[in-house]
Design a protein around this ligand. Structure first.
Ligand code: 17E
Ligand code: FE2
Length: 422
């Protein structure tokens, strides 16, 4: 064996197990592995899951908060304006350096697979070219999918459609869209139709920003579902954000949810960004800007959680940790039931992997060895304490580790360690 994780708590298995890894693969999961390995990681009863999969982030915009100015209204729309200004000053090195930094943060938090959107509303496609290079540089450690994302619209930006095609021809993997932001309802419909036609013609997956607004009249998701079925793209299409679903009437939402399920459309919710971006035009009571996560899950739709932003015009915070997004989801999504903590972890691991179309992934013998060891024993405690990632394994290799902080109270004769355990 090359690497053995000892005494791992694994979902669905009663007693801790050893996980044996050779040539980048999980070759054995057993109560005890007699062999030894060059590298041994002692989980000592702590939770081990498949590594984290980030299904939605904008790596071209990370770490630009305040450039050229801060978002004063906090709205999505001011964020898009500020980003539009920043795009004009992008350079290859600027994008490469910031994205690389953010990927290192994410890897330290256990992320080994990323889907990034890249804004293609730029005649020079500077960000796309830089991220193609970043994708190549990280291959085999952090595997990256890129989405051609028309931030200003396919039909509301000069030559938007040909920029999408050029990006796909350059090697950008996935087709994006932004129907709710197009100038008119009709342009929005064309946006969806073009995105899914390109996905079909190029044989690519699609992931559209869809209905990211509090406008209950924004109803492009139904068209995404219909076109997905018409073109036979079931299972290959993701709708991101879909926050307007929060505001639809229940009769319409019920019908729509059945439609999404029939189309096999994956949904990505982005709790960090949408908790601050949405509801900005409301007087009290102020709406939550979330899609209907519990109802979507209950009807059998694959829902996953994205981080969306790290320190950019839309969201000033973030350290690249998907577990922070889970933590917010607990609160904004009313997901505090005991079983729901496992679901939340699934939403940043196996469910996210399904949206990305990953097949060689998962905690099972024969799969590629992508694992994370948390400094906690249960999903509830992972999320409660935002537990440090003691070890991160990608393609069978130990690629990151964290030493937990140590807190002490200094009131007695000797320092008293605080463990945050009852
Ligand atoms: N662009 C967009 O349209 N929506 C977002 N939430 C972000 C970028 C982060
Ligand atoms: Fe996004």
């Amino acid at each position: 064996m090359d690497l053995i994780v000892r005494r791992a708590a694994v979902a669905g298995i009663e007693e801790p197990v050893d996980i044996g890894i050779r040539d980048g693969r999980i070759v054995r999961i057993a109560p005890s592995i007699a062999e030894t390995a060059a590298t041994e990681v002692h989980a000592a009863g702590r939770l081990v899951t498949p590594s984290l999969v980030e299904p939605h982030i904008h790596l071209d915009a990370v770490l630009t908060v305040g450039q050229p100015r801060y978002n004063q209204t906090g709205s999505l729309f001011e964020g898009i304006e500020i980003w539009g200004e920043r795009v004009r000053t992008l350079t290859h090195d600027d994008v490469r350096r910031r994205a690389t930094q953010a990927i290192r943060w994410m890897l330290a938090h256990g992320v080994t697979h990323i889907r990034t959107h890249v804004d293609v509303c730029d005649p020079t496609l500077t960000a796309a070219r830089a991220l193609l290079e970043v994708r190549q540089a990280w291959r085999g450690v952090v595997d990256i999918q890129m989405v051609a994302f028309p931030q200003q619209g396919i039909y509301s930006f000069p030559d938007g459609e040909s920029l999408m095609v050029r990006a796909l021809d350059l090697g950008v993997d996935v087709v994006g869209g932004i129907p709710h932001y197009e100038w008119t309802r009709e342009y929005g419909e064309r946006d969806v139709k073009t995105a899914l036609r390109l996905a079909s013609e190029y044989g690519r997956l699609a992931d559209l920003h869809c209905d990211e607004t509090d406008d209950d009249q924004s109803r492009f998701l139904e068209l995404v579902a219909a076109e997905t079925i018409r073109l036979g793209l079931q299972g290959r299409v993701t709708a991101s954000h879909t926050t307007a679903m929060h505001s639809y009437n229940n009769a319409y939402a019920y019908r729509l949810i059945r439609w999404i399920r029939n189309a096999g459309v994956h949904v990505v919710t982005n709790p960090l960004d949408n908790a601050v971006l949405q509801g900005r035009f409301d007087a009290y009571p102020i709406r939550r800007g979330f899609t209907r996560v519990k109802e979507l899950l209950a009807s059998g739709i694959n829902v996953c959680i994205g981080h969306d932003s790290i320190m950019d015009p839309w969201y000033p915070l973030g350290v690249g940790d998907p577990i922070q997004a889970c933590f917010v989801m607990v609160h904004y999504g009313h997901m505090s039931g005991y079983e729901e903590f496992q679901t939340l972890l699934d939403m940043v691991t196996t469910r996210a992997a399904a949206s990305l179309g990953l097949t060689d992934y998962g905690l099972a013998e024969g799969r590629a060895a992508h694992l994370v060891v948390f400094d906690a024993t249960t999903p509830m405690d992972v999320i409660r304490t935002i537990a440090p990632r003691l070890a991160v394994i990608s393609h069978g290799r130990l690629v990151a580790r964290t030493t937990p902080a140590r807190s002490e109270v200094l009131l007695g004769a000797a320092p008293e360690v605080v463990t945050f355990q009852p």
